[in-house]
Design a protein around this ligand. Sequence first.
Ligand code: HEM
Ligand SMILES: *[C@@H]1O[C@H](CO)[C@@H](O)[C@H](O)[C@H]1NC(C)=O
Ligand SMILES: *[C@@H]1O[C@H](CO)[C@@H](O)[C@H](O)[C@H]1NC(C)=O
Length: 571
Amino acid sequence: MNLLFVLASVIFALFSWTLVSGISNYNAARKIGFPIVISPVSPMNPFWILTYRLFPKVLLLRYLPFGLGTWARCTYMGWAFQDKHALHDELGHIFVIVTPSGNEVTMADHQAVHMVMSRRKEFIKPAFMYEQLNIFGRNLNTVEGEDWQRQRKLTAPSFNEKTSSLVWNEALRQARDMARLWSNQGAAGTKDTVADTATLALHVLTSVGFGLTYPFQGGVRNISPGHKMTYRDALSLCLRNIIIFTIFGKKILSSSFLPQKLRTLGVATEEFQKYMEEMLAHERQSAANREKGTGNLIGALVRASEEAQRSGGKVDVAHLGFSDEEIFGNIFAFNLAGHETTANTLATAIVLMAAKPDYQKWISEEIDECSSAMGGPTEWAYEEVFHKLQRCLAVMYETLRLYGSIVFIPKSTGFHAQSVTVDEKTHILPASTSVTINVQAVHTDPKIWGPDALEWKPNRWLEPSNSSHGQASSLTAETFIEPEAGSFIPWADGPRACVGKKFSQVEFVAVLAVLFQQYQVRPVLKGGESEEDGKSALIAMANNSAISAITLQMQEPRSRALRWEKWPSKH
Ligand code: HEM
Ligand SMILES: *[C@@H]1O[C@H](CO)[C@@H](O)[C@H](O)[C@H]1NC(C)=O
Ligand SMILES: *[C@@H]1O[C@H](CO)[C@@H](O)[C@H](O)[C@H]1NC(C)=O
């Protein structure tokens, strides 16, 4: 009886809270002056993120009539990948999702988006969404204010042209082995496109980032001496379960009373920590034996931490120091930000290329032009070749436009109200308002991209330029289209844009060039299928993507195989 009473009171209290704060948030949202969607739950609520898959029926509510189910369209993380620009078509470029826990301003207006990303001090990263990424230490991706300035100042210079050329060489080397492995599978083809591009991207990162170079087959897939798990598995377990760290700290995860799944995650975090400690020791060792400036990405951090120790352990903007914990945080951040993103973009691009073979011919024309001038890709110098492979880069841009790793970018007004001006009207966003940059909607806006906005067409990025000099070949005369500020933002924009943008471009282009210089790729057909069926099944496989933990990924990448074979006779 008593228990029932307590239970009823709790439910009543919860209900009243929901209602009262819902109404107060609704009133606040009305003052902002954008269209409103009312939702009982926020897509960013960590408990909801963990559990919404248990309630698939909720998503069916979106079919309710009279707009009653609109909220169900935008209530799960990454909803915009499916919805594209549709909800913005109905409601406007900017609308507010009102929930009991707060208001979320969702933006797909490219000018507003550009402005928000330019004002880094006013539109900050919402701490509650980034806290989980601090599991191994605070890092460039998560810090704000002066800490961010110090960390960015120390890390950004390492992402330079010298690094790009290391990325280029290592990506060529890894890709050559991957291409051989894939073509050796013959008519059965390979289903490992995602797994193998992930290995490749990790190997490029460990080599260029941390000074550990491996052969494609082996490396992060092997268990190192003294370890219980491979580097790759430890990392991917941590990444896949990143949301769990919002609820459980890493210390508690190894407790014996927890379920097996959580304990395995505990082992993964310990193992990854151990791998990072070994990397750091290795870097300190080799830094001692070599000249300044020959280092890799963590080399710069290690030097900074040594400076800090010399000046008595002070870590602040004036001292430009780095703590060990920040080094670990950043090693993890580079892994988190730099490997699945690039790898999945590559894998999805390959799948789409197999579905649209005309684009294979299209890029191979460009690759051949480089080959006839400079021999096979493995001899290519970064400085001479990378900028010539514009069609390969266009394939990357187009894949990121429609299947970009980052579907939305969360921001917040933080402690102060902020104003934004849209269509000459000023709107005041109160303190602690979430602002979501709807990357997917911007990338699929027909007003920016035209009526074929939803179609994957890499050649939309290039236009014949008007250079009248007849001697230039038609290829070198193509110019890359520069979209308006704020309308193409797969690497974000403004001061907090991706530091690894060029890194990922160089890697992507190198891999594509190696693959398509010698080979073409086709779908492996299932019984009775036509070539056309096979191709559209591949597009469907790419369409069947969703946010797995942080980045967009194909949900069933092993459902179709790809067959690699030599070009018949080179054109
Ligand atoms: C196709 C590949 C990539 C994509 C689509 C991508 C996308 C992004 C995006 C959207 C952001 C902003 C995230 C936010 O606001 O929370 C970001 C930040 C960042 N990225 Fe990348 N990234 C890629 C590759 C890389 C690579 C290869 C590295 C490193 C090796 C890297 C390192 C970082 C770091 C450290 C940040 C935080 C920067 C800061 O806050 O100052 N990314 N990236
Ligand atoms: C080429 O010329 C056309 C019109 O003749 C013009 O619209 C276009 O912007 C020009 N492109 C470049 C890259 O100059
Ligand atoms: C893939 O998604 C695009 C964009 O929503 C759509 O236009 C296309 O028809 C889809 N294709 C397949 C085969 O599912």
